[in-house]
Design a protein around this ligand. Structure first.
Ligand code: SF4
Length: 387
């Protein structure tokens, strides 16, 4: 099984904290859709032995695509690739998870209906906050009223598998506002929440504002506090905290992201999109004009790297420790130089301090210390010469 990812590099406004690849000019949208279709045709021969189980439109803001544009892309996917539940794969009875990331200002009744019509069956809505002052601070393209109404409209349109993105630890916010943000999502009966701490990435507007002193940096202790609040509220509401930033009602885990973390192959289409297959990771150029030109010339502009055993294990440690089940020690068997003992010896201080728990085959982060997952994982990384 494999995953298919589309990077749609357009946004209506540049959020101040965002360092993803996107353009706020829609002028090249039609050419981009042609190039994406062109890349699908170019890549299909080398991917014809894979069966795609999940399709994910990310970005950028894929909800800027029209029904016609989405429909054309999905039609090419179904004719050029093997997808579960596709007539070409008659022996597999399953439905592909087809997710589309959307911003509230794009979600009117008509567009929601169009998305359902072309086959989108999971929506990931970038709400981030239900407070106007926070949305303005982040330069989001929607306001609080749109954040509220789009969820009701999505449900009325028949979407059941909905995820909402929220941001915590916003400079100048408060625990009370954060609690209200989380509770509003719960009031809507949303089955999946992704919550991220506000971060300061180089080259973003937020970074420059902080440097100039016109905005204040998010405070780590406030972020940790709000993360703890989030975990407590969602636990009480019956959510499974299946990955450090992801919570779901049983059965509503993101199949696409879970497959990434399981190391399944994935094909990324569009500028800046990443692909992973047979130990090689490649990524397309992060420039719309160069991407389109490369596809038109049938020589896609991309770079690649062959992952070493050390890279693969370190990525497994990072993704594993971010997940509820943690690392399976057995999965690291078969590597030379006693990898398991090296990792367990690096983990010892964290185990003794109660930050990591070793139970049978599993090594996982204790509930109380999950906010520290990335730092703990990096302490366990293999160094050069270890393998
Ligand atoms: S809408 Fe999403 S991708 Fe676009 S600028 Fe905002 S956070 Fe970044």
């Amino acid at each position: 099984m494999a995953g298919l990812y589309f990077h749609i590099p357009f946004c209506r406004k540049a959020c101040h904290y965002c360092d993803f690849h996107f353009s706020t000019s829609m002028a090249g949208k039609e050419l981009m859709v042609e190039a994406i279709i062109g890349e699908l045709h170019l890549k299909s021969p080398e991917w014809n032995t894979e069966i795609f189980e999940t399709i994910y439109f990310g970005g950028g803001t894929p909800s800027v695509l029209s029904e016609k544009e989405l429909g054309r892309i999905l039609e090419v996917v179904n004719t050029q690739f093997s997808v579960v539940d596709n007539p070409r794969i008659s022996n597999i009875k399953s439905i592909p998870e087809i997710t589309l990331e959307a911003n509230p200002d794009d979600l009117d009744e008509h567009h929601l209906e169009s998305m359902r019509k072309v086959g989108i069956n999971r929506l990931s809505i970038g709400i981030q906050s239900f407070f106007d002052e926070e949305l303005k601070f982040m330069n989001r393209s929607h306001d609080a009223a749109q954040a509220m109404t789009c969820i009701s409209k999505a449900k009325e349109a028949g979407f059941e598998d909905i995820s909402v993105d929220l941001i915590y630890g916003i400079s100048g916010s408060s625990n009370q506002k954060w609690i209200e943000n989380v509770e509003r999502v719960l009031d809507f009966g949303i089955p999946h929440i992704s919550a991220y701490a506000l971060t300061v990435e180089p080259k973003t507007a937020f970074y420059h504002q902080i440097k100039k002193g016109t905005a204040s940096s998010p405070k780590e202790e406030e972020q940790e506090e709000q993360f703890t609040i989030l975990v407590e509220i969602l636990k009480k509401a019956g959510f499974v905290h299946y990955e450090i930033s992801n919570f779901c009602k049983p059965g509503f885990q993101s199949k696409h992201n879970s497959a990434y973390w399981d190391g399944v192959p994935y094909l990324g289409i569009g500028p800046s999109a990443h692909t992973f297959q047979q130990g090689v990771r490649s990524w397309n150029v992060s420039n719309n004009a160069q991407y389109i030109q490369g596809i038109e010339n049938k020589t896609p502009k991309s770079e690649s790297e062959v992952l070493t055993s050390r890279d693969i294990i370190n990525e497994y440690i990072m993704t594993g420790l971010r997940r509820l089940e943690g690392l399976s020690i057995r999965k690291m068997e078969g590597y030379p130089n006693d990898v398991i003992n090296i990792v367990l010896s690096s983990a010892r201080a964290h185990i003794d301090a109660g930050r990591l728990i070793l139970a049978g085959d599993n090594l996982y982060i204790s509930e109380k210390h999950r906010f520290l997952a990335d730092g703990i994982a990096s302490d366990l990384f293999l160094m050069e010469g270890d393998i």
